[in-house]
Design a protein around this ligand. Structure first.
Ligand code: T5A
Length: 216
């Protein structure tokens, strides 16, 4: 079993994952814990190339080709980054993981996700805990519209993103032990409070709070 802790962050476009990642990083490193951050697709040379193909370069991808590209990037990230970091006892903050594939590419991707993550010995394909930043599609659009250019996935319809959001909410209901819902429409202070409430019990249960007291 991995000695570290995998915290995944999920949700539709502009829901606040990257902002939350920075906050959690500062909070946990401030406590003296070892923290690594990474993202999907990305986090490795292969993953970053796949990210460009998927988000910026090829607009007429077959849906299976799209799914396999996300999975290829994930397999490489597991081997190069997640496995070594978790074995070294780090807390890994991962911006998107298997739940993204299930929400965006559909639930048929489930078995592939399990395969890609086997080497990590995870209890669940969502990591030790998954923070799902729930936001309405309208709210999401309002947050992302100021960007210079929407990427190929962001250009998809509101109906598509309604479906993605519903897929996430269904996953959260089915796997409530691992997936914790964050109301991402709240202001930053409230979101940060929700994050701390969700993560702290796990840090205590897994002995991380003890470790920081020892580091004092
Ligand atoms: N994808 C990915 C798949 O289809 N399948 C897969 O298997 C995987 C892994 C990845 C794309 O790939 C798809 C999903 C995605 O389309 P990405 O860069 O991860 O791309 O995707 P995005 O979600 O688009 O990343 P964003 O940077 O857009 O969103 P974030 O990180 O969720 O949002 P963030 O933190 O940048 O915040 C957006 C804005 O809102 C403000 C921030 O300041 C920022 O301006 N904000 C708030 N404002 C008010 N109140 C709050 N509480 C706020 N929190 C943030």
């Amino acid at each position: 079993m991995a000695k570290g802790l995998l915290i995944t962050l999920e949700g539709i476009e502009g829901c606040g994952k990257s902002t939350a990642c920075k906050f959690i990083y500062e909070w946990l490193t401030g406590l003296g814990l070892k923290v690594a951050t990474t993202r999907e697709p990305g986090g490795t040379a292969l993953g970053e190339k796949v990210r460009s193909i998927l988000l910026d370069e090829i607009s007429n991808l077959d849906s299976s080709a799209e799914l396999f590209l996300f999975e290829a990037a994930r397999a490489q990230l597991c081997k190069e980054v997640l496995k070594p970091q978790l074995e070294q006892g780090a807390i890994v903050l991962l911006d998107r993981f298997c739940a993204s594939t299930m929400a965006y590419q559909g639930k048929h991707s489930h078995n592939l996700n399990i395969e890609a993550t086997k080497s990590l010995n995870l209890v669940s394909p969502y990591g030790d805990i998954c923070l799902l930043f729930d936001l309405s599609v309208l709210h999401s659009r309002a947050r992302t519209q100021s960007r210079a250019k929407a990427d190929l996935i962001e250009q998809r319809s509101n109906d598509y993103f309604e479906q993605v959001r519903n897929n996430y909410l269904e996953l959260a209901k089915e796997h409530s032990k691992f997936i914790k819902l964050i109301d991402a429409a709240q202001d930053l202070t409230s979101v940060q409070k929700q994050i701390k409430l969700a993560i702290t019990p796990l840090l205590q249960e897994r002995g991380f709070i003890e470790r920081c007291q020892m580091n004092d």
